[in-house]
Ligand binder design. Structure first.
Ligand code: FDA
Length: 308
């Protein structure tokens, strides 16, 4: 990351929310369930699968955690019968993990129980490394009753090879992603190529172990390597999928579909769009440059923040 980009990243929280909202709108499926469902229906019409995520994390009250679970209930009712394999993604910290492990687990079980009755799939997102152990622990317990429950694993974590080997006898559905959180070098690879190699190894293990890898990346190099692994092992379209974030990597979609693989888009929605938008913008140097250009070339400058 060059010096200018890292300075811009640090200044991002000073940019007016209205501008962030406008620029990051491409990453968010809607602030309301109604807006989200329009996007989901449009994607399904294009034969793109979806996984829907209610935005928010690290809630601090039991009430907020229960409120999030209630919203998932309403969402599941709406997703029933929508598209070939409707799915939701869940962050345990939105269900109160930081307050009490048992609270998060019981709310997750409620969501997964309802989802399985309605024919909707569920995937657990993976959050920062302070939650890896507890997320895996809850996943294993919840999966006993709901074998289709999936989990995300981060290729940048040094421990992930061990974690995948431990999970492999379950032949689980695993979303392999690079990892988004800022982790120390003792826990995570920092070198781009090392992360890619770890990623390929995890996909390889999952394919060879008869698990269901969900290959979540917009890295063209990784997509080609994964497609090569899939071809060389003659893995069918029903035994894996690719995943991307809404608003990212559109140009790569035709390549995946031409190879005969299914593509699922991660569609976040809800009023709590701000921190998710910042995360996406931080991954996109062109966009951060564009935001700051807009701030300084238009009159939207919010002197209350930027002038401080
Ligand atoms: P990389 O960051 O190298 O990007 C490859 C290329 O994609 C870039 O060169 C650029 O062209 C484009 N690109 C990437 N991000 C962009 C953006 N925001 N805007 C515009 N272009 C962009 N992480 C995690 O820690 N826990 C999780 O549970 C999940 N879940 C998850 C689900 C799904 C479906 C996806 C696709 C990703 C996640 N992630 C995640 C995020 C993931 O860990 C990672 O941070 C991002 O996917 C970016 O990594 P890439 O593999 O795309 O490579």
């Amino acid at each position: 990351m060059d010096f200018l980009h890292s300075v811009l990243l640090r200044a991002l929280p000073l940019v007016p929310r209205s501008l962030i909202r406008r620029v990051a709108g491409r990453y968010i499926a809607g602030e309301t369930r109604e807006g989200l469902l329009r996007v989901v229906e449009r994607l399904h019409a294009e034969e793109i699968r979806t996984t829907v995520d209610l935005l928010g994390e690290n809630v601090e009250t039991i009430q907020e955690a229960k409120g999030a679970a209630d919203e998932y209930d309403r969402l599941l009712d709406c997703l029933q019968g929508k598209g070939p394999t409707p799915q939701v993604s869940v962050k345990l910290s939105l269900l109160g993990l930081r307050i009490d492990e048992l609270l998060a687990e019981s709310l997750l079980l409620r969501i997964v129980g309802r989802a399985s009755r309605l024919g909707v799939g569920v995937f657990l997102d993976m959050e920062d490394s302070s939650t890896t152990d507890v997320t895996l622990r809850i996943y294993r317990r919840a999966r006993e009753g709901f074998p289709s429950l999936g989990i995300a694993i981060q290729a940048y974590l040094r421990r992930s090879l061990r974690d995948v080997l431990d999970l492999l006898p379950l032949r689980p559905a695993v979303r392999v992603c690079k990892g988004i959180y800022n982790e120390p070098e003792t826990l995570a690879f920092k070198d781009r190529q090392q992360i890619r190699e770890s990623y390929v190894r995890l996909v390889e293990l999952l394919l060879d172990g008869g698990a269901y890898p969900a290959i979540a990346t917009h890295d063209a190099w990784l997509i080609e390597r994964s497609l090569h692994l899939i071809r060389s092992r003659r893995v069918g379209a029903e035994s894996h999928e690719f995943q991307m974030l809404l608003g990212v990597g559109e140009k790569l979609r035709p390549r995946i579909r031409a190879a005969g693989s299914f593509l699922r888009l991660y569609c976040p929605y809800g009023p709590d769009w701000y921190s998710y938008s910042l995360r996406r913008l931080k991954e996109n140097p062109r966009m951060t440059g564009y935001i700051f250009k807009s701030v300084f070339t238009s009159k939207i400058l919010d002197r209350g923040h930027l002038g401080a």
